[in-house]
Design a protein around this ligand. Sequence first.
Ligand code: ADP
Length: 397
Amino acid sequence: MKILVINCGSSSLKYQLIDMQNESVLAKGLCERIGIEGSKLTHKPTGKDEYVVTTDMPNHEVAVKLVLDALLDKTHGVIENVDEITAVGHRVLHAGAKYSASIVVNDDVKAVIKECFDLGPLHNPANLTGIEACEAAMPGKKQVAVFDTAFHQTMPEKAFMYAIPYEYYEKYNIRKYGFHGTSHAFVSNEAISFGKLDPNNSKVIVCHLGNGGSLSAVVNGKCVDTSMGLTPLEGLIMGTRSGDIDPAVVQFIANKENKSVDEVLNILNKKSGILGMSGVSSDFRDVGKAAAEGNHKAEVALEAFKYRVIKYIGSYVAAMNGVDAIVFTAGVGENDKNMRAEICESLSYLGIKIDAEANSHRGEEVVISTPDSKVKVMVIPTNEELRIARETLALVK
Ligand code: ADP
């Protein structure tokens, strides 16, 4: 049983072929600059050398064919026949409120993905293109859509409704949806098994801190709140996104700078966050280095980032009336032990104690709190591709 996992962007396609017998990655790779001059495929078969193909990729269908050629290649390949691929799992950004679980793709599913184009204008069209390219390249093979929004569909109305006139929810489905759902689902699930929590009596906060960041509050394995909203702009301070902000700021900047709402939103999405605050970089490592060298703006950017995470954790403890485990994941959450330690220092009111030695481990699931800590704190490397592959297999088996 081998599952091909596909994550399509507008000009890119990431893939992994996973052997579900032992959940090992057979090969992974990336097609870049699809539809743009200078496209290339980088294919990395596990245990073999990287293989780069520089050739024209006018569209995603050609890219999928090149991926299959690479997987089947005599020297660099990992399978002998396309039939060895049981099914294809696709990461799809937005399903609105239509799907709360993954689903085998048919015409209705494709119609829903299309209906949600305005909710995910950058991702949903690319995700659908990826599905159609795979259907064309592998006729008859089952395709499964795994949605970023699905895990958060269990949020209650009081958590997902915005306090704006109800007609906008009725007319346009404006509400909080939440994102990174595949990661929050994978990590909260692992937290319950690895952390030996009671699946039917557990309160977990997942801190997905990467270039994009979001928190979720998970009771008994089900999401009850999350920090991203209608779009991924809400919530934490991120690499380039502002996160929570007074909406009046949009009007203020638009008037002062003679910009449209679209232009200001672009600034809040792409030029804000720690990049905008520090003026240094969207990469936490660069900003950390600048802060260590005494750059005040960089210091404030990281302090503000941390402060926002700490406040969200506090609000989710309140929302759940307690917490059993807090879990860190994604680029910053998995790699930055100082950030984890500093966040946890501010949570000493919860009886949290961190084991410095355990906190220095990297690249593995680890409990970083001491045995007498009142809340278990863990680092769990996220694995969205594996979650997509597991969901896909479960639906096609
Ligand atoms: P995304 O998937 O949202 O693009 P990732 O989860 O890969 O992001 O996280 C990328 C971020 O993680 C980058 O900003 C990077 O600086 C940060 N990061 C990676 N390693 C470290 C580290 N050792 N210390 C601090 N930040 C790190």
